[in-house]
Design a protein around this ligand. Sequence first.
Ligand code: HGY
Ligand code: MN
Ligand code: MN
Length: 590
Amino acid sequence: MNLKLEQLNQASDQQAFEWLKGLYEHSDWVAQNALAQRPFQSLSHLKRAMIDALNAAGEPAQLALIRAHPELAGKAMISKTLTAESTHEQGKAGLTDCTPEEFELIQKLNRDYSEKFGFPFIVAVRGPRGSGLTRHEIIETLARRVHNPRDYEFSEALRNIHRIVEIRLSDKFNHYPSAGQFVWDAQEKLALHSDTSEHLTVTYLTPAHRACALEITQHMQATGFDEVKHDAVGNVIGIYRADPSYKNAPTLLTGSHFDTVRNGGKYDGRLGIFVPIACVQALSQQGRRLPFNFEVIGFSEEEGQRYRATFLASGALVGAFDEAWLEQTDADGVSMKAAMMALGLKPDEISLIKRNPKDYLGFVEVHIEQGPVLNELDMPLGVVTSINGSARFVGHITGMASHAGTTPMNRRRDAVLAVAELALFVEQRARQDGDSVGTVGQVNVPNGSINVVPGRCDFSLDLRAPSNAQRDALAHDVCAELKTICERRGVRFELTEIMRAAAAPSDPKLQKYWEQAVESLGLPVFHLPSGAGHDAMKLHEIMPQAMLFVRGLHAGISHNPLESSTCDDMQLAIEAMQHLLDALAHDLQQ
Ligand code: HGY
Ligand code: MN
Ligand code: MN
C-alpha cells in the first residue's frame, strides 16, 4: 500500500478504518478510536493518537490486546494460523527455521514467561532498525525479560506492540526513516572499533579511538562539509559554511563525544555527532546554505575513562584544559602527553582551541536520554531544561590487613566495611534530596585475598544535583560522614576531587527552538532535566546551549551494551534539528 496522510485525513471514517486495519493484532478498535483525532499532522501524530487511545482503554483492554498476540515460534506459527503481518515478521526474524534445540528453548522460555506473567512474551521482532532481530537476539531478549517484574513486562509488552505498529505503519505508507537508518547504521559500524574484543570500550587516543576519529572524518568528507579537520586534543571538526553572501556570518556549534565508558553503548555521544552530519548531508544534497556556519564536532574525550580528565575535549574549547592533565598516566603508565605526541597531536597548540563566544550563536546537542522517562511515556523526543551539576572524587581508605581467621571481629580495621558504610550513607543522603543522585561506581581492594581482612580499599564518588548549591551540600555531607566513619573505625582516608561541573540551565531561546521543532513533528513537547553530564555543560560556560533528548529502549538503559534507540526516533531527531536550523535561519534573516 502507498497510503498518503492527506488521503487518510480526507477519507470517510469507514475507509480510513479499513486502511488502518491490521496494525494492532486482532484489535482494530485501537486505530478506530484514534481516528477521532483526525486530521493528523504527521505519522508521529497518528502514532501518538493510537498510543493515547490504548492508554485510555484501561488495563483489561490492554491485557486483551497483549493476549491477542501469538507466541513467538509458537503453536500459531506451527499451525500456520498467524496473521499475515505476524507471519511476515516472524518469518523475517528467522523464527520459522529454528534448530530443534532453539525451538525447544523458545518453547520452554515461552512457557516460563506465560506462566509467570499470564500473557505471552512480545518483542518487536523487526527490531530497532526495522530490518529484523536475529533468532539469537530474540532468544536472548526473552531469556533476559522473563526475570523482570510483572508491571514492567506489562508496559514493555505494550511498548513493543507500539513499535510493531510503527513498522507496520511504515509499510502501509511506504514511508521509511532513511536518514534515521543512515545514522543508525553509521553508529552500528562505528561500534566495531573497540579497545577490547569482548565489548564496546573506546578510550582516549587508543587505536580504536583513532579508528573512530578517522571514520567520522570520512563521514563528514562524504556528506558535503566544506572543511574537515582535527585539533590538538583530537576533536574531529566539520564545518558547513554559511551562504557566502553573509559576510562574517556567525556559527552555530553542535556535536557530542565519540569516546565511551567501558562496556558502553553504541549511541551515548555518537548520536549527537551523526544527527547533525545527516542534516548537513541533506543541506548539501539540496544545495542549500544557511545564514550561519554550521560547525559539527566529534568530541574526543568526555567520559574520563583512560585519564581523569572528564570533558577534556569540549573543555578545551572553553579554555578549561588543565595543563596538569598532560602529566597524568594511564593504567599502563603512559602519560597523556606521550599518548598525544605518539599520534602527532601537539599539546602546545591546545590553547589555540579556545573559541571566542562572540563568533557563535550557541551550542545545541542531541543525546540519548540515558534514563527511563521518555521510554515510559512513549515519547520519542524530550526538551532538556537543565543539566545537573556534578562532583567526582577518587579516594582510598587505609585500615590494617590481618588474618581473616584469627582477627576477632572487634579488633579489625577493615577498609572495605568503611567504604561499604560510606556507600550506604551516600544512598540515604542522596535519596533525602529527592532529585540528587550519588554513586560509588568503583570499589577495589588492591592485592586483596580471600583470607585477609582488607587493609586498603580504593573507591570513587559521583555526586549530582539540579543546582550547584544542592550538589555542594550533598558533597559536604558525604565528605563529613567519611571522616566520621573513619574516626569511628580507626582507619584513615585520602580523598581527591577530580571534577566539579556546574549545573547548566538551558538557554531559553535555544530551548524554544527545540520546543518548536518537536511541535512541528506533531509530537507533544515534554521537558525534562538531564541527570547525565554532557559536553553542553562545558560549552555552557561561554555560550548559550540547549539539548534535545532521544528516547532509549529497555527503560533507557545506558553505559551498558543494552543501550538502544530506533532508527525512527533518530529520524525524528534529524527532522527536529533540521527544523531548528531552518527556524534559526529564518529569524536571522528578519
Ligand atoms: O557521566 C556522565 O554523566 C556522562 O556520561 N559522562
Ligand atoms: Mn556517557
Ligand atoms: Mn554522553
